[in-house]
Design a binder for this molecule. Sequence first.
Ligand code: T46
Length: 129
Amino acid sequence: MSIVEHRVLGDHRGQLIAIEGARDIPFEIKRIFYIYGAQPNTLRGQHAHHKTRQYLIAVSGSCNVTLDDGKQRITYSLHQPDIGLLQEPLVWGTMHDFSHDCVLVVLASEHYEENDYIRNYAHFQEMFK
Ligand code: T46
């Protein structure tokens, strides 16, 4: 779980950020999805993954992400497009406090597979006993 700051390749035309799988983030990218139009008071996520690694970037607007590794819970603020947050497997993630213009892009290490999800927090906690 860590915040990464990316180099901004800007010039008079505007800004550009490039993120390459297995170079700028520690996995090859198999899937990209994004969330937008989330209500400010809504909670997204609220699950962990067995295998999938995720990398989250608020390319527009802002949101908070609370990561819980079974020992500690830390809330990160994603509020600029040049920072991203790595969410490792077996880390419970909750996305919240979305701004109205938030576009949260997620790069994932695996294809979508519902069996990879741990959606019950009690089961998640059991894994650390
Ligand atoms: C995460 C947060 C930020 C797919 O068909 N393919 C996909 O790749 C994904 C991510 C979802 N779906 C389907 C499954 C559900 O029927 O889209 C629907 C909504 O998915 P979910 O309820 O999991 O959405 P969130 O916002 O709670 O969570 C998602 C990701 O699942 C999660 O890994 O970190 O976005």
